[in-house]
Ligand binder design. Structure first.
Ligand SMILES: *Cc1c(COP(=O)(O)O)cnc(C)c1O
Length: 387
């Protein structure tokens, strides 16, 4: 059975061009980039060329890019790094209640260390209210961190407005842009962002590599001490093949982004319309328009997301019931609860996230299979009546 993969927000397959670009660095170009012979110089040069490509993807300067071990590390580095370096100015951080756990759990950790964190509420679409941010900023606020686009419902936040409010109060602005970078245009200059996290495996690159953009002049305390790699900002011998692959993925994204939106959005819209017309009692979560073009999150009332996932999986369809991290726990997604979805409805949620290898046939198959699955489960549900 062919797999129909609809979980691109959890991870993407690696683009064959990316695999090809990485191969030499797993064999003949194995040299340590910090050494002094010709082989090392070649590796070093190509790391810098990957840095230029990643920088170009977000319109930053190459020296503002620090390679990390992924999106989670970039989030940790931004938030803890600023918290530690600015502790004498203040210990107050502002974030939103719908962040990825890489941000939320980092903030919880800092709370245990004596920092104070404000978790901004969101409206029914998942938007942070800029006025709420304004009201929350204090004399001792050192960082505002609000995600660019939500991984579960796809809502795209008003980043420029939020960044400007932070700056009016001389506070740094960080955004977890892991779901945005490579999918939609992100311009750190235009949007006035100080720190930005990204991850290669969310845009057809390899896992275990990401980057933190840090505006020139911003200083933070490194998390990993050791050698002088990444200009003393992140020690450790570079993940060379991973970095080369991320550079190639960035180059492909710059080239293909527009084309991908043109191809993927109609498929997502077809899936959404198909589900709404075939299945009664369904809610679409997230903003109807200001949302990632690949993401569809639906709450299908009276049944459990996990049961639907198992039956979809039996038909070769891979989707998610929320975020990858929450799908093994019984608590419904904190994002759905934050946008005001009641517990029992949040439990019946499915996330379909599409990507460049999906076809119209994939969507047709889901629309063939899902209504039957829902009907079967609802027939067993004590809450469902055909009334
Ligand atoms: C996937 C994801 C992360 C974590 O990135 P990793 O590279 O898997 O550590 C962080 N934030 C968001 C919004 C994500 O979707």
């Amino acid at each position: 059975m062919r797999e129909i993969y609809l979980d691109y927000n959890a991870t993407t397959p690696v683009d064959p061009g990316v695999v090809e670009s990485m191969m030499p660095y797993l064999s003949e170009y194995f040299h340590n980039p910090s050494s002094l012979y010709t082989g090392s110089l070649r590796v070093r040069t190509n790391i810098e060329s990957a840095r230029e490509k990643v920088a170009a993807l977000i319109n930053s300067r190459p020296e503002e890019i620090i390679f990390t071990g992924g999106g989670s590390e970039a989030d940790n580095m931004a938030i803890k790094g600023i918290a530690f370096s600015k502790a004498d100015k203040g210990k107050h951080i502002i974030t939103s209640s719908i962040e990825h756990h890489a941000v939320l759990h980092t903030c919880k950790f800092l709370e245990k260390m004596g920092y104070e964190v404000t978790y901004l509420p969101v409206d029914k679409y998942g938007f942070v209210d800029p006025d709420e941010l304004k009201k929350s900023i204090r004399k001792d606020t050192i960082l505002v961190s609000v995600m660019f686009a939500n991984n579960e419902i796809g809502t795209i936040e008003p980043i420029k407005e939020l960044a400007q409010i932070a700056h009016e109060h001389e506070v740094l602005f960080h955004t977890d842009a892991v779901q945005a970078v490579g999918k939609i245009p992100v311009d750190v200059e235009e949007l006035e962002i100080d720190l930005l996290s990204m991850s290669a495996h969310k845009f057809y690159g390899p896992k275990g590599v990401g980057a933190l953009y840090m505006r020139k002049g911003v200083k933070l305390t490194p998390l990993i001490h050791g050698g002088s790699q990444e200009k003393n900002r992140r020690a450790g011998t570079e993940n060379v093949a991973g970095i080369i692959g991320m550079g190639k993925a960035a180059e492909i994204a710059i080239e293909e982004m527009q084309e991908e939106e043109r191809k993927i959005k109609p498929l997502r819209d077809k899936l959404e319309e198909g589900i709404l017309s075939r299945i009664p009692e369904v809610i679409v979560n997230g903003h109807p328009k200001k949302r990632l073009y690949n993401t569809l999150n639906v709450s299908i009332k009276f049944i459990e997301g996990e049961s639907m996932l198992a039956l979809l999986d039996a038909k070769g369809i891979s989707a998610s019931s929320g975020s990858a991290c929450t799908s093994s726990s019984l608590e419904p997604s904190h994002v759905l609860l934050a946008i005001g979805i009641p517990h029992e409805i949040a439990h019946g949620s499915l996330r379909f996230s599409l990507g460049k290898y999906n076809t119209k046939e994939d969507i047709d198959t889901v629309l063939e299979v899902l209504p039957d699955i829902v009907e079967r489960l609802r027939r067993l549900s004590p809450y469902w009546s055909h009334g």
